[in-house]
Design a protein around this ligand. Structure first.
Ligand code: ZN
Length: 201
């Protein structure tokens, strides 16, 4: 019989990391081992930063963007156009759009994408809060800026169907973004163009 010599704690950490989206067993092993290989001071600093992240950062009560405040600076700003909402999958997508400087409305982070494979249903996403905000803020335009992937498109069309009977303009960004691209990785120029050339649905 072969003895399992992997330390239990290491096994547990690898198991927990590989539960994260995007991590397989191999990448989880690499991450766990890099932390163990770091000088002790640096690894403790890293863990401390993770603790701070959990303590301080949470979704904005209004739009879901990660913030250290109750309500994020965009939702609090007097200068933003509250009649336009840009719907994104994750906070980093909103940060990417924000970096272009081309958008002056509000955001709504739905917190993922519909995925039958990963059993992610509309109830798992912040979609009902989007509809509430559209009604409450008397929104005139919704820009669907989910990623141009199969799941992102399915999510956009799901939201479109919920909103299409309302008296609002619904548009989809995507022009110039290659299919399968992820917003947060798009360069500022491509993303600016994608925003300028949004198509009305
Ligand atoms: Zn906000």
């Amino acid at each position: 019989m072969i003895e399992n010599i992997v330390p239990n704690t290491l096994k547990k950490v690898v198991e927990e990391i590989s539960n994260l989206p995007g991590y397989g067993e191999k990448s989880a092993q690499r991450l766990a081992v890099s932390i163990l290989n770091m000088p002790r001071g640096e690894s403790l600093e890293l863990i401390k930063t993770f603790m701070e992240l959990l303590e301080k950062v949470h979704p904005c009560r209004e739009c879901g963007i990660y913030t250290e405040e109750e309500i994020c600076s965009i939702c609090r700003s007097e200068d933003r156009d509250k009649s336009i909402i840009c719907v994104v999958e994750e906070s980093f997508d909103a940060f990417a759009v924000e970096r272009t400087g081309k958008f002056r409305g509000l955001y709504h982070v739905i917190g993922g994408r519909l995925s039958p494979l990963e059993e992610i249903t509309p109830e798992d996403l912040n979609i009902s809060t989007l509809i509430e905000r559209v009604n409450k803020l008397h929104v005139k335009e919704v820009i669907l800026a989910t990623n141009p992937t199969v799941e992102g498109e399915a999510t956009a069309s799901y939201i479109y169907n919920l909103l299409k009977n309302k008296d609002i303009t619904i548009s989809r960004i995507g022009y110039g973004l290659p299919f399968g691209a992820v917003l947060e990785n798009a360069d500022d120029f491509t993303l600016s163009k994608a925003l300028e050339h949004k198509t009305k649905l």
